[in-house]
Every structure is written in structure tokens, then in C-alpha cells.
Design a protein around this ligand. Structure first.
Ligand code: C2E
Ligand code: CA
Ligand code: CA
Ligand code: CA
Length: 281
């Protein structure tokens, strides 16, 4: 570090080394974790804002680490992207989410939500066979393409190549819907949206946090909701934690929301409307 003498560096070194060894152990374990069936998906409801009715579920991955317990994505997603393990994890998540969804629909036709939303990393999306993987997952599970929403990041479409655009069009041609996740964090101009083959904008939590107290934030979110409506896009506000935020968003005409106010992500057996009669007794 700047200003640190040689002695300081020596003293810090064991920590650095431990961190590096841990990171490399984690990287190794990550690569084996899919085969060892150590990942689970938790599900967070996406609700209709005026009524609170659940319309969709976002699948969020967790790693059941043999020694460390249940780890959230912040512990491993970055490493998985960097090492490429995310491709296998993401492929598994897609098949698993669709598989669960089909079972929920079969067992609870009246109570099951209309769609499941799955996160796709840029690295996974850019694989030449990604569209084929999605088609195979739909065919393999028997899920309707309209029941799948794929969440991609703004940066993927910002650095769009012709190939990314072609794949987005191919997915939509299948009947799959596309969402831009964490919308607003990618420093993009809003005008580029007009040309983008997507269906849903998920407004990032950082815009929602101060929506009640900051006129500036409120104005931004109003602009996004209005623009989306004009372009025929659907909007989901993320990270809604209190009733004040919900009321403000309702006032803006924001149609859909997601956040701890409604529910945290829950394990599959706790998804509302999916508890079987046997489990209730
Ligand atoms: P994300 O896609 O933006 O997911 C939303 C995150 O915000 C989730 O964290 C969720 O638990 C959290 N959240 C939802 N509502 C609230 C709220 O009201 N307050 C607060 N404070 N947080 C809320 P989680 O599950 O830890 O996931 C973190 C990120 O990991 C996700 O952000 C996503 O980028 C990534 N991720 C999760 N699963 C997958 C996956 O299967 N594939 C890929 N590529 N990325 C994933
Ligand atoms: Ca997401
Ligand atoms: Ca998000
Ligand atoms: Ca996020």
C-alpha cells in the first residue's frame, strides 16, 4: 500500500496469502459444485402493485457449501463469472427453475404464478449455443416459452454486437420474454431502448431507496415509468421495502414491484400456493 514500509508489507502478507488460497479453494469448489448438486434456487415474488397479487417468481441462486453453509450470490457470483463456472451454474439454474415451475403449475394450477424469471450472466448469454440451450430447457421441461423471463444486464446490451441483438430476437421469436435487470445503473442513454428487442425494465433498487424523500429520484423513476409505457415495455420496481415506497410507485402508475415489503426470496417449499395437502397435515 502507498506509504507503507517494507515491514508493513511483510506483516500484511500472511493475510493476503490466506485470502488467495481461500479464493483458489473457492474457485476449485465452485467448479465441482454443480455436479455435486450443491446449488439451490430461492424464489422471490414479483407482484401486481395495486393488488399485491403474485404474478411471477425470480429465481435466485444460493450455494449450499459443505463447510460454510448457505452462501448468497455475493460470495461467489463474481468469482464464478471470472472463472467461467457461471456458464454451468446458469444453465443448471435455467433448467431447475423451469422444472420447478412446471411442477407448480401441474400441482397448483389455480395458485401458481404466471412466469418464472431467471438471471443470465453476459458470459453465459454470449455462448454461441445459448439460444439452443434455452430451447432445450423449454423442450426438456415442457414449459411454455411465455412462462420464461430472462433477466440480462444493461452492460450486455450496451456493448451490443449484432450477435447479441440477433440472439435476443431469436429468443423472442421463441416466445421467451427479456428483461433488462438493474436498469438505470449502466449509464446508458434512454433513447437506445427504442431499438432494443426487450419486454421488461427492472428499475434498480438504488433508484427506489430514496423515492419518498428525494424529488430528484422520484422524477427519475417517473420518467422511466412513463418512457417504458410509451415504448410498450413493462416495468418492475426492485427493492421495495416499505409502504411509503409502494404508495409513491402506485401514484406513478408503476405496474409491478418486488422487494422485502412483499417477501424475501424463499426456498421452493415456501413459495405461496405450492404447499401440498400432505405438507399441511
Ligand atoms: P438481482 O438480480 O438484482 O436480484 C435482486 C437481489 O436483491 C437479490 O439478492 C434479492 O434478494 C435482493 N432483494 C430483493 N428485494 C430486496 C429488498 O427489498 N431489499 C434488499 N435490501 N434487497 C432485496 P441476492 O439473492 O443476494 O442476489 C444478488 C445478485 O446475484 C442478483 O441481483 C443477481 O445479479 C445475482 N444472481 C442471483 N442468482 C443468479 C443466477 O442464477 N445467475 C446469475 N447470473 N446471477 C444471479
Ligand atoms: Ca435479477
Ligand atoms: Ca436487479
Ligand atoms: Ca442487482
Amino acid at each position: 500500500a502507498k506509504g507503507a514500509g517494507k515491514g508493513d508489507w511483510k506483516r500484511y502478507r500472511p493475510d493476503l496469502q490466506t485470502a488467495m488460497i481461500e479464493r483458489s479453494a473457492l474457485r476449485q469448489a465452485l467448479h465441482e459444485a454443480v455436479e455435486r448438486e450443491q446449488f439451490v434456487l430461492h424464489y422471490q415474488p414479483i407482484v401486481d402493485m395495486p393488488t399485491g397479487a403474485v404474478v411471477g417468481l425470480e429465481a435466485l441462486v444460493r450455494w449450499q457449501h459443505p463447510e460454510r453453509g448457505l452462501l448468497g450470490p455475493y460470495h461467489f457470483i463474481e468469482l464464478a463469472e471470472e472463472s467461467g463456472a457461471i456458464v454451468g451454474i446458469g444453465g443448471w439454474a435455467l433448467r431447475e427453475a423451469l422444472h420447478r415451475f412446471v411442477r407448480w403449475q401441474r400441482d397448483h394450477p389455480a395458485a401458481a404464478p404466471a412466469y418464472v424469471s431467471v438471471n443470465v450472466s453476459a458470459r453465459q448469454f454470449r455462448r454461441p449455443d445459448f439460444v439452443g440451450q434455452v430451447r432445450a430447457a423449454l423442450d426438456g421441461t415442457g414449459a411454455a416459452p411465455g412462462a420464461l423471463l430472462l433477466e440480462i444486464t444493461e452492460s450486455l446490451v450496451l456493448h451490443d454486437t449484432e450477435q447479441v441483438l440477433a440472439d435476443l430476437r431469436a429468443l423472442r421469436a421463441l416466445g421467451v420474454r427479456i428483461a433488462i435487470d438493474d436498469f438505470g445503473t449502466g449509464y446508458s442513454s434512454l433513447s437506445y431502448l427504442r431499438h432494443l428487442p426487450v419486454d421488461v425494465l427492472k428499475i434498480d433498487k438504488s433508484f427506489i431507496d430514496d423515492i419518498v424523500t428525494s424529488d430528484r429520484q422520484a422524477a427519475l423513476v417517473t420518467a422511466i415509468v412513463t418512457l417504458a409505457r410509451d415504448l410498450g415495455l413493462t416495468v418492475v420496481a426492485e427493492g421495495i421495502e416499505d409502504a411509503g415506497q409502494r404508495a409513491t410507485l402506485n401514484g406513478m402508475g408503476c405496474p409491478y414491484g418486488q422487494g422485502y415489503l412483499f417477501s424475501k426470496p424463499v426456498p421452493p417449499e415456501a413459495v405461496p400456493g405450492t404447499i401440498t395437502a400432505a405438507e399441511l397435515t
